[in-house]
Design a protein around this ligand. Structure first.
Ligand code: PMP
Length: 430
């Protein structure tokens, strides 16, 4: 039995069935540095996928901040400590007014769970709208918002709207017509909730529609939908777990790029470069409404070590100009993908922003029929070639490229070269 198979079997035995891994031949990585990871046999891979090591795997300044604080003090969060306050000040400086208070958590799921409670607290309502192709986390309440991994017992206070798809827009037309069609779906969902006895508390969305396949939507696309939500008395929760912290290159936050101001923002994954940190940012008014009804306490959320790791990560994004790097290298890599599209007709649509981008692979450009199985084969072929990326989207045919932010033009060239080979060598299949 190979060493990989032994680990796969141990995982199944110890962690239970259905624990997901990437790739037909899972990678056993043991070390990381910058945009690189190494497997147990010493093979090096270019990491084009991981947004958790946001400022690069094992960034020495994050490691130093963690070690320094861990060797000084770490405890629960019922004592006074500057760490959490210094961090929340730095964090909320990146938001527009009045988003200047925060709760720190350990995961994005907890952050979204709190966001839902905040919405209930401020509106007094219970209805929630989400898109039909997203994921907001794994708590009992938050898992209700998923159609792709549905809970066995669906609560009746959640209604779904079709995820925006710029390549195949609702109603057949892009631009304003698409925005209006999306808003009409929101109005339909509000009415559906009312029929079930729920007034609207919130629309929860990723402003970049990351899990839905990051469609190309113009600034202001969400405005008509947001107007409909506010008219019905609801608030807007922006799940920034994926697009935030400068990844999109042009703006620090996805909602800033999308051109709207949410009421509550949920954060996670990249926040502390791999240390488990999430958070919720909101206005003092919503925070007060939440805290009034619920004495929220989180043992680990914002503990001194987590706060130090998060603060170091945020500082590195600014000090090393990583948002600007995401913009420049992302533009360069997308140009490279468009060049590949000249010789590979399976590339139907190249899209994305900063270092969160990819290409939708299709059987032919005329019908835009998704090449779902082929896309999976390409991700596996890239893994064999030493480049880690993955795929997602409504039809699971969008290559997802989302590397640590120090990703360089040379790294992009290597990824594009390997992708050219993989697309040439793999027969197109539905
Ligand atoms: N929101 C989004 C958009 C996510 O992609 C995820 C995780 N994939 C979560 C929330 C949940 O975060 P966590 O796994 O830290 O609970």
């Amino acid at each position: 039995m190979t060493a990989t198979q032994t680990l796969v079997d141990r995982r199944a035995k110890l962690l239970g069935p259905n624990v997901s891994t990437f790739y037909d031949d899972p990678v056993h990585i043991v070390r990381g540095e910058g945009v690189w990871v190494w497997d147990a046999d010493g093979r090096q891979y270019l990491d084009c996928y991981n947004n958790v090591p946001h400022v690069g795997h094992c960034h020495p300044k994050v490691v130093e901040a963690i070690c320094k604080q861990a060797s000084t003090l770490n405890t629960h969060t019922r004592y006074l400590h500057e760490g959490i306050l210094d961090y929340v000040e730095d964090l909320t400086d990146t938001f527009d007014d009045p988003l200047n208070t925060a709760i720190m958590t350990c995961t994005g799921s907890e952050a979204n769970d709190i966001a839902l409670r905040m919405a209930q607290g401020i509106t007094g309502n219970t209805g929630v709208i989400a898109t039909d192709h997203t994921y907001h986390g794994n708590t009992m309440a938050v898992s209700q918002l998923s159609c792709t991994n549905p809970p066995p017992d669906r609560w009746n206070n959640v209604a779904f709207v079709p995820a925006p798809d710029s390549y195949r827009p609702l109603g057949g037309e892009g631009g304003q017509a698409h925005a209006q069609a999306f808003a009409a779906e929101i109005e339909r969902a509000i009415a559906e909730l009312q029929e079930r006895g729920h007034q609207l508390s919130a629309l929860i969305i990723c402003p970049y529609f990351a899990n839905e396949g990051f469609p190309t939507l113009e600034k202001g696309f969400l405005r008509p939908a947001i107007d409909a939500v506010r008219k019905a008395g609801g608030i807007i929760i922006a799940d920034e777990v994926q697009p935030g912290f400068g990844r999109l290159g042009t703006d620090f936050w996805g909602h800033q790029k999308a051109g709207f101001l949410p009421d509550v923002v949920a954060l996670g994954k990249p926040m502390a470069n791999g240390h488990p940190v999430g958070g919720v940012v909101t206005s003092p008014e919503i925070m007060a409404a939440f805290r009034k009804n619920f004495r929220y306490f989180n043992t680990f959320g914002g503990n001194p070590v987590s706060a130090a790791a998060a603060r170091a990560t945020l500082r590195i994004v600014h000090d090393e100009g990583l948002m600007e790097n995401a913009r420049a290298v992302g533009d360069y890599a997308r140009d490279g993908l468009r060049k590949l599209a000249e010789t590979h007709s399976c590339i139907g649509d190249v899209r994305g922003s900063g270092l969160f981008f990819g290409a939708e692979l299709v059987l032919d450009r005329e019908s835009r029929a998704p090449a779902t199985a082929f896309t999976k084969q390409i991700a596996n072929a890239m893994r064999r070639k030493g480049v880690l990326l993955n795929f997602l989207g409504i039809h699971y045919n969008a290559l997802k490229i989302r590397p640590p932010l120090p990703f360089s033009r040379e790294n992009a060239d290597l990824m594009l070269e390997r992708l050219d080979e993989a697309l040439t060598e793999t027969p197109l299949a539905p």
